[in-house]
Design a protein around this ligand. Structure first.
Ligand SMILES: [Zn+2]
Ligand SMILES: [Zn+2]
Length: 109
């Protein structure tokens, strides 16, 4: 019995697209013929590429996009000097009323 790699691949792509559609509330009815599978696969690759290359929305302190632990809140603070974004938690929750200068801009302590 031969394994049809193309079939497995198409199924995999369909599953990803289905999951994406659910997550984004998008259209669940997408074509599943081979040509469209190729297009959708390129679409997925492009999405992954875009997300991995976009470092602008990463916290400059911890390098993560989101805080991962439950006791942290997804609050961000922008450095008034370099416009870099930091997790509020990563900066030990400074006052958001005052000017915030990040450790990098404050220089060595
Ligand atoms: Zn952080
Ligand atoms: Zn800064």
């Amino acid at each position: 019995m031969a394994i049809h790699v193309e079939c497995l691949c198409a199924k995999y792509v369909a599953v990803i697209k289905f999951a994406e559609a659910i997550l984004t509330g998008g259209n669940l009815n997408f074509p599943s013929d081979p040509d469209n599978i190729v297009v959708m696969r390129e679409d997925i690759d492009q999405t992954l590429l875009n997300e991995s290359e976009d470092l602008s929305d990463l916290c400059m302190a911890c390098g993560n996009k989101y805080p991962y632990t439950d006791d942290k809140v997804d609050t961000w603070i922008e450095c008034d000097s370099c416009s870099g974004w930091y997790h509020w938690d990563c900066m030990s929750r400074p006052s958001i009323e005052e000017v915030f200068i990040c450790p990098g801009c404050q220089g060595p302590l």
